[in-house]
Write a protein that binds this ligand. Structure first.
Ligand code: FAD
Length: 368
């Protein structure tokens, strides 16, 4: 039911406008209220905060169907739920939870997650952003880069170095000294807002810190939540491409018969259908492990790494099957292909997940 509801909404409300937004480099903010109505913001969090209290299979299917629309749409929702609501829920005080979670669930507030910096992406532990004490207050200074939903956000979860290590902070978007200029000229995730965060002597009260954060591992726990959604979401993008190429192959006549009647396209379709199904099985298995509370970051690394890689290969193959039309925004495949290049890089690059799985298997860390 969840899958069909989200699929129906994406088909009716989002697909007709996404290409326009992709070309213009804008996100359709007017749909935020409808997304909240659907219950997709923080869908696994409890109902007492206005969330849907769903299980992880339902959450995964939501991501799959949103990304069938566009990776930018799924990113918007992943950041809000997994990277803003989850840390406030998991590491926040009761006051922070009661203040922010209902507003974020209803879409009245939009949040962003500031971890990456210009010089520190795969290695966020090197971050230069600092939070220092001044009396009871905190003063934050630094710059974050590549931050989804930054511009115009009502709240930013910002990770900064303190004397006690890296901690998370809840920064209201209207704080003095905080700004979030948009990063333009992307050719990927164009229908998603990406921003720099500038923090210049941002003075925050003592209770702006997320009290249960103790180090970088808490930021990584948030990423595990979001990566789980990506593992499902990327397959949604792959399915959109697959469906388009399948339909196209039945209609496109080459050498007097449908493309679908030739063996090479059939082999491509058979391989893609199989790979997408295998990816869904991994995602479903991780969903069950997550619901049982026994999932590990390596399980999620395996699912994210594998499924985004499959999706990118599927998008490339489908782009080829569409011929010249594959580079036109009148078809969806080229847009998904461009988007998936970002998905391959963000939330831990493909290679970083390879090294995380390698470290788990061998006990040897090869990334430093
Ligand atoms: C559209 C978009 C949206 C994003 N949204 C957010 C967001 O909301 N919040 C946020 O905090 N960040 C966000 N990011 C940032 C993203 O998470 C980082 O770009 C990513 O972690 C990679 O970091 P980097 O770009 O600095 O690449 P680098 O870390 O410089 O990596 C460059 C290359 O080096 C490789 N590499 C790095 N270290 C090693 C190693 N030890 N061994 C072998 N190879 C290595 C990488 O795999 C990669 O191929 C976003 C990025 C994009 C593109």
């Amino acid at each position: 039911m969840v899958r069909d509801t989200v699929r129906g909404w994406v088909t009716e409300r989002y697909l007709p406008i996404v290409a326009e937004h992709f070309e213009a480099g804008t996100f359709p903010h007017e749909l935020t209220g409808e997304l909240a109505e659907l219950g997709v913001f923080g869908p696994t969090l409890p109902e007492e905060y206005g969330c849907a209290g769903l299980d992880n299979v339902a959450y995964g299917l939501i991501c799959q169907e949103l990304e069938r629309g566009d990776s930018g749409l799924r990113s918007f929702v992943s950041v809000q739920g997994s990277l803003v609501m989850y840390p406030i829920y998991a590491f926040g005080s009761d006051e922070q939870k009661n203040h922010w979670l209902p507003q974020l669930a209803s879409g009245e507030a939009i949040g962003c997650f500031g971890l990456t910096e210009p010089d520190f992406g795969s290695n966020p532990g090197g971050m230069l952003t600092t939070a220092r004490k001044d009396g009871d207050d905190w003063i934050l200074d630094g710059r974050k880069m590549w931050i989804t939903n930054g511009t115009g956000c009502q709240v930013a979860v910002v990770w900064a170095r303190t004397e006690q290590g890296i901690r998370g902070f809840v920064v209201p978007g209207d704080s003095k000294g905080f700004s979030a200029p948009e990063q333009k000229h992307k050719w990927s995730l164009r229908a998603s807002v990406t921003s720099e965060l500038v923090l210049e002597d941002v003075r925050l009260p003592a209770d702006a810190i997320l009290p249960r954060t103790t180090g970088l591992k808490n930021a990584l726990m948030c990423l595990t939540q979001a990566r789980y959604g990506i593992a499902w979401g990327a397959l949604g993008a792959a399915l959109a491409c697959f469906d388009e190429a399948l339909q196209y192959s039945k209609e496109r006549i080459v050498f007097d018969k449908p493309l679908a009647g030739f063996q090479i396209p059939q082999q491509k379709l058979a391989e893609m259908g199989t790979q997408i199904t295998l990816g869904q099985l991994i995602a479903l298995r991780v969903a069950h492990l997550k619901d049982q509370g026994v999932v590990t970051p390596s399980h999620v690394s395996m699912a994210k790494r594998n499924n985004v890689s499959i999706a990118l290969q599927v998008a490339r193959t489908c782009r080829d099957m569409l011929g010249a039309n594959g580079v036109s925004l009148e078809y969806q495949t080229g847009r998904h292909l461009c988007n998936l290049e970002s998905v391959y890089t963000y939330e831990g690059t493909h290679d970083i997940h390879t090294l995380a799985i390698g470290a788990e298997l061998t006990g040897e860390q090869a990334y430093r």
